[in-house]
Design a protein around this ligand. Structure first.
Ligand SMILES: Nc1ncnc2c1ncn2[C@@H]1O[C@H](COP(=O)(O)OP(=O)(O)OP(=O)(O)O)[C@@H](O)[C@H]1O
Ligand SMILES: [Mg+2]
Length: 508
């Protein structure tokens, strides 16, 4: 096959689920040796299109031409055997198995007696991990790894054999900058070898950095096919959301003297190896940003405040009363809401309906007064479906059938239902499309205006600076700086989160 030739053509693909037309006559093509980005809002149909490609879903209409021939893969293993690999948005690893076992799951190497070749398994896994510059062992249990590392295992699993097309569905959502760099190097290497890459992401800067062409989906329809070099963020966003995006990150902030009464006070909180001697407070109606790189101890700190982890020492006070550390159920009763970073695992029951999931946090309150839940639940549902624009055909839809970004919105809504005094949001907009991101930022400010104290953890600097009244920087488990909105600059924050003076690397 010649360079520049289409290796894949998806023609007129339509896919309907009960109540949803997820794809409507979509055309999509990929050439050898190109990185083709697939973009669109939450629920636009990106993951569905790729699931149709790999045979997880069969299309309601349309055809797939691969290497010049019409194909229909029986499923992901069949697709992989024929050189098409899909690396999922949702991690699909088995926690109780080792890294190596997960990488070769369903395809474990066997020796000539038919037994599993453990030595070969670990050796091949190690080679793969080294190629991806991963610093962990094939023998480690996957459940013990950070989410970022699990993501790398997922990627390694896709690359166990020669491939023609690799699809990355939001691979960087939880990767550190370092890991992202390595991933991009690997993508470039694959591209040079002539592999075709499909790259799905909500981060437009990544799209511009890595892709050659871009296909845009909106509401299941294809709205654009562009050469990356010939377009810009503006054009792309308006193709994605059908309107121009207003500049949203310019909120009115509270000054030093407009702060309400103290809601949360943390005093000398320490946990060996994770964070050390953390003290700060958050006030009524205040948005406190916690800025730090992935791995700085931010999420662990949040989990400790919420009570899913225990600290070694230190105290936590809510409205002046010390709260017993390490009891998450109690925290909910006290009025602390927590949207964790690892939302899939910690936040949702995938097999239950949107409505059930929304009322999970609230259920205790509803039951306490002996109410039948139905009516109140429905009200909650309508309220938040509107506010967060959750895209689902009905409240009865199982959460696992929602798009990735819409699942996140359900978790967010769930915690808002308890009407918290303190709301902790860990990376609230990871995996959320640009349009909704602006809505979430607005919502955060609205919550604060209603008197809620909000702690926003984020590695996106414009986001922290945009929504926070005050910002703490965190580096290696310690608080390294505190800035009010009016004095915060990117330079100061970068110094706080990296420990490096801006410009310090310049020679001379
Ligand atoms: N198995 C399913 N059953 C019913 N509806 C589904 C199913 N899978 C996807 N959908 C619906 O199809 C639409 C497209 O979803 P899809 O997951 O492809 O979106 P996406 O573009 O990947 O979004 P995101 O950026 O949030 O991941 C959504 O409305 C979703 O709810
Ligand atoms: Mg998706």
């Amino acid at each position: 096959m010649k360079e520049n030739e289409c290796i894949l053509e998806m023609r007129n693909i339509t896919k309907t689920f009960p109540g949803v037309k997820a794809l409507d006559k979509v055309n999509f093509e990929v050439k050898k040796g190109e990185v083709h980005a697939l973009v669109g809002e939450n629920g636009a149909g990106k993951s569905t299109l790729m699931k149709v490609l790999s045979g997880i879903h069969s299309p309601s209409e349309g055809e797939i031409i691969y290497q010049g021939k019409k194909v229909e893969f029986a499923g992901p293993l069949d697709a992989k055997a024929k050189g098409v690999v899909l690396i999922h948005q949702e991690l699909s690893l088995v926690d109780e198995m080792t890294v190596a076992e997960n990488i070769f799951l369903g395809d474990l190497p066997r020796n000539k007696f038919g037994f599993i070749d453990w030595k070969g398994l670990n050796k091949r896994s190690k080679e793969l991990l080294e190629r991806l510059e991963c610093e962990f062992e094939p023998t480690e249990l996957v459940g013990r790894l950070s989410i970022a590392r699990q993501q790398m295992v997922e990627i390694a699993r896709g690359l166990t054999q020669d491939v023609n097309i690799v699809v990355f569905d939001e691979p960087t959502a939880s990767l550190t900058q370092e890991e992202e760099k390595v991933l991009f190097e690997n993508i470039n290497r694959l591209r040079e070898q002539g592999t075709a890459i499909v790259y799905i992401s909500h981060r437009l800067n990544e799209i511009f950095q890595i892709s050659d062409r871009i296909t845009v989906l909106r509401d299941g329809e294809m709205t654009g096919l562009l050469n990356t070099a010939e377009t810009n963020e503006c054009e792309l966003t308006s193709l994605m959301i059908g309107r121009d995006l207003e500049d949203h990150l310019d909120f009115e902030k509270r000054g030093r003297d407009e702060i309400g009464k103290e809601v949360l006070k943390v005093e000398g909180l320490s946990k060996d190896g994770l964070f050390n001697d953390i003290s700060f407070s958050i006030h009524e109606g205040e948005v406190l940003g916690l800025s730090g790189l992935v791995g700085a101890g931010r999420s662990e700190l949040a989990e400790t405040i919420f009570g899913v982890r225990k600290a070694d020492s230190g105290k936590i006070f809510l409205e002046g009363d010390e709260i017993k550390v390490g009891d998450a159920n109690k925290s909910v009763d006290l009025g602390i809401g927590f949207v964790p970073e690892n939302r899939k695992e910690q936040g949702l029951i995938l097999g239950r309906s949107v409505l059930d999931n929304l009322s999970l946090a609230k259920i205790r309150n509803l039951n306490r007064y002996g109410f039948i839940k139905g009516r109140e639940e429905k009200l909650i549902y309508q309220d938040y479906q509107d506010k967060l624009d959750i895209k689902t055909p009905s409240s009865k839809q199982q959460v696992k059938n929602l798009s990735g970004g819409n699942q996140q919105k359900v978790i967010m809504a769930k915690w808002l239902c308890i009407n918290p005094k303190l709301l902790i949001l860990d990376e609230p907009t990871v995996g959320i499309d640009v349009g909704t991101k602006a809505e979430i930022h607005k919502l955060i400010r609205k919550l604060a205006a209603a008197g809620i104290a909000v702690l926003v953890i984020s590695s996106e600097m414009p986001e922290v600076m945009g929504v926070s009244d005050r910002i703490l920087t965190m580096y290696h488990g310690e608080i390294t700086g505190e800035f009010y909105a009016e004095e915060a600059t990117e330079e100061k924050l970068i110094k706080g989160i990296t420990g490096i003076e801006a410009g310090a690397c310049k020679v001379g």
